[in-house]
Each structure stands twice: as C-alpha cells, then as structure tokens.
Design a protein around this ligand. Structure first.
Ligand code: ADP
Length: 263
C-alpha cells in the first residue's frame, strides 16, 4: 500500500491553497536513461484517464519537463504563491526553468540549495486539487535525491533503468533509499530495452540482454514496463509535443499507480 508512514518532521507544509492527494517519485541511477520521458508519458497517461495530474520537476540541474510539453513562458505568482504552468491538455507543471530568466543557463547549485528549491516548489506553489503529482527526481541515489525525498511527502517510487547501466547496483541503492524513507517502490520501468526495426519488425536488443527480470525478482519488485528505443518519441519530446504520443506503453504503470496509490 502507499500509505506509508512518512517522517513528518522532515516534510515542509504544503501551500495553504494547495491540495495534492498522492505524490509519486520517479528515480534513476544516472541522467539520460529516460526518467523525464517516463515521468511525462506517465503523467499524460494518468491525465488521459481523467485524473487531475501535476509534474514537479525536481531535476534542477537538468530540467527537461517544460520543454517536452512546449512550455517556455515564465511562472506567474501573487502574494499567495506561484502558479504552475498548464500544458495544452491541462497538466500542472512547475520547474526551475519557469523561474529562471534564461532557461539555457546552467544551474550549478549544491545539494542543499537544490533541495531548498524543491521544497519551495512544494511550499510556495499553488497546486490546486491535484489527484496525482509525479516528481521527476534528481538523477542518482546519492545525497541530492535523498535530501529531496526528505523534503516531499512521496507516497510511492518508480525506478527507471536502462540496459546500459549497472542496473543491479542501482536497483539495490534505490531499494535502500526507499527503505530509509519508508516509501514503497511500485516497480521498475526499463527504458531503451530494444529497438524494433521499422522495416522488418524484428526486435533488436541493442545493449544486449538486460537481466531486469532477475534483478526485479531478487529485490521483490515488479517490472511494470519495457520501452523500446523509439525515434518518433524522441522527436515528439524535442518538438515539445510529448502530449501527442501514441501507444499504450505506460498503461500498466498507470494502472499500478492508481490501484496501489488509490485516491
Ligand atoms: P533523464 O530524465 O533520465 O535524464 P530523458 O528522459 O531526458 O532522460 O531522456 C534523455 C534523451 O533520450 C531525451 O532526448 C529523450 O527524448 C531520449 N529518450 C528517452 N527515452 C527514449 C526512448 N525510449 N526512445 C527514444 N528516445 C528516448
């Protein structure tokens, strides 16, 4: 179940005008494995199901969520708080890119400052009537993601891996982090598992066999989805049109979220 006991003392208060029912953190061992893609397509899938959905982009040093939804304007606010940006289909989004004057300037902050910014996304942003918030976590299993975890009342975690990584180590580290925080892991999404040849339909395992099933089993976890390398998906993300993706590849993940973390 995802009503785990969370360390109340570590969690900052939500903005008084906000309401968020469930918070799902999306984690990965390193950058570039598709954590943001999984976060955004999962949020789109939940939004299509009719849930009020939000994305908190906590990947402060590599924020890619706004761009994938084609959002370039800055956030507005008043004395009560900051308003998230809204995507075309109505997903609420907050990211450091909506606050910085120049979205191409790199953020070189240290861990505590990053965690402080994420805390403010929770305390100062007006999240109105959100059923599911998906948090694109900072990559890795070190200090920064751990501090961010301690700043938000996360109800469940999804681990994103790709076959190029030292997956068993990453999964074990994520399990340890989840145990420290007392947060259940909903399962693993393997990204870039294979490439389906558009001409012959044959599936090629570019990075070899992944062993994700064994690793999941060993850690008592479920593999919720295996996504192919899909150039058309990358194109949509680049064009800021991730909301137009086709296919049911996130359906099983969405189902896991809505059944385990019932609102
Ligand atoms: P992360 O959040 O882990 O750093 P991203 O989600 O930003 O990774 O993905 C890194 C890059 O790879 C992006 O340009 C993204 O569009 C692309 N990408 C991710 N997953 C896939 C996939 N399954 N097929 C094709 N391109 C992908």
């Amino acid at each position: 179940s995802c009503n785990s006991k969370k360390p109340e003392n570590l969690i900052e208060k939500l903005n008084q005008y906000s309401s968020v029912k469930k918070v799902i953190g999306v984690v990965s061992g390193k950058g570039g494995v598709g954590k943001s893609l999984v976060t955004s397509t999962l949020a789109v899938t939940m939004n299509r199901k009719g849930y009020k959905t939000a994305i908190l982009d906590a990947d402060i040093t590599g924020p890619s969520i706004p761009k994938s939804f084609g959002i370039h304007e800055k956030a507005k606010g008043n004395d009560d708080g900051i308003f998230p940006a809204k995507t075309k289909d109505g997903i609420d989004i907050m990211s450091i890119n909506l606050l910085l004057p120049d979205e191409t300037s790199p953020v070189v902050w240290r861990g505590p400052v990053i965690a402080g910014a994420v805390k403010q996304f929770w305390t100062d942003v007006i999240w109105s009537d959100i059923d599911y918030m998906f948090v694109d976590m900072p990559p890795g299993t070190g200090d920064v993601p751990l501090t961010v975890f301690q700043s938000l009342p996360v109800d469940g975690i999804i681990i994103v891996t790709s076959p190029q990584e030292l997956v068993s180590m990453i999964v074990e580290k994520a399990v340890n982090m989840a145990n420290i925080m007392n947060i259940p892991i909903l399962g693993i999404v393997e990204n870039m598992s294979y490439f389906k040849c558009p001409d012959c339909g044959k599936e090629h395992k570019i990075y070899g066999e992944s062993h994700i099933e064994e690793i999941a089993k060993k850690n008592n976890l479920e593999v919720l989805a295996k996504l192919p390398i899909d150039p058309s998906l990358a194109k949509l993300v680049d064009a800021g049109e991730v909301e137009n993706f086709q296919g049911d590849f996130m359906d099983n993940v969405a189902k896991k979220v809505e059944t385990t973390c019932k609102i």
